[in-house]
Ligand binder design. Structure first.
Ligand code: CA
Length: 227
């Protein structure tokens, strides 16, 4: 999942970026509101973390833009301001959560995971998929008790992302933007998605058929879940 971090305190930004990248989130960083505003209008994110106290911009305005141009992104506001008012305004404007500074990175991660579970209606973080189980916390695909260890991090990210957006066709460029952070425009460039899907199928087929992973001709891929 891709995350836009908007925060002018560079030390904090670096900490968040390192921590979240280490936990397989794909991060982009902005130190000011103007750059963030452009990115929010141009790209699609899974998470947008917005510091309310930016030097050049009202964080609440940025939140409004995020709700408008990135309606599917989960927004978390970061605030050092003591005023409860801004947090309430932020939540009223549709922020999914807020974190008062200073906060622990583990808390940030656990709030992000909670938002993901809530947003996608997951009861817990291990989700059955055909004959497999997808463990979203430990980032592993299991067949019965066995971890399918051949699955790489990016392959896991692809399966997990499609599982969260189950029963919905995702184009190669959507998958690319949310998992690799780059938008592919032609078929040639998106071949690497096809190559990854092929590898996932091959590795899972050793255990059981991943028949829930469908190629939608001319469009992209989808994970089908019946229940
Ligand atoms: Ca600030």
């Amino acid at each position: 999942m891709n995350v836009l971090i908007v925060e002018d305190e560079k030390a904090l930004t670096t900490e968040m970026e390192l921590f979240l990248s280490g936990n397989s989130y794909l991060c982009e960083v902005c130190y000011n509101g103007a750059t963030a505003s452009e990115k929010i209008a141009t790209n699609l994110y899974d998470f947008i973390l917005i510091d309310l106290g930016l030097p050049d911009y009202d964080g609440l305005d940025l939140l409004k833009e995020a709700k408008k141009y990135n309606p599917e992104a989960a927004c978390i506001i970061l605030t050092a301001r003591a005023e409860v008012d801004d947090r309430i305004k932020g939540l009223d404007l549709g922020a999914d959560d807020y974190l008062p500074k200073p906060f622990s990175l583990l808390e940030l991660q656990s709030r992000m995971q909670a938002i993901t579970r809530r947003k996608f209606g997951l009861k817990n973080s291990v989700v059955p998929l055909g004959e497999f189980n997808i463990d979203l916390t430990n980032r592993a695909i299991l067949y019965r008790e066995t971890v399918v260890s051949a699955i790489t991090k990016k392959e896991f990210d692809l399966v997990a992302y499609m599982l969260l957006h189950k029963n919905r066709t995702l184009t190669r460029s959507q998958l690319s933007e949310h998992i690799w952070g780059s938008v592919v425009n032609d078929d040639y460039d998106s071949n690497y998605i096809d190559a990854h899907i092929k590898n996932i199928r091959k590795k899972l087929n050793v255990y059981a058929s991943p028949d829930w992973l469908e190629t939608v001709r001319g469009l992209g891929y989808r994970v089908n879940v019946n229940n």
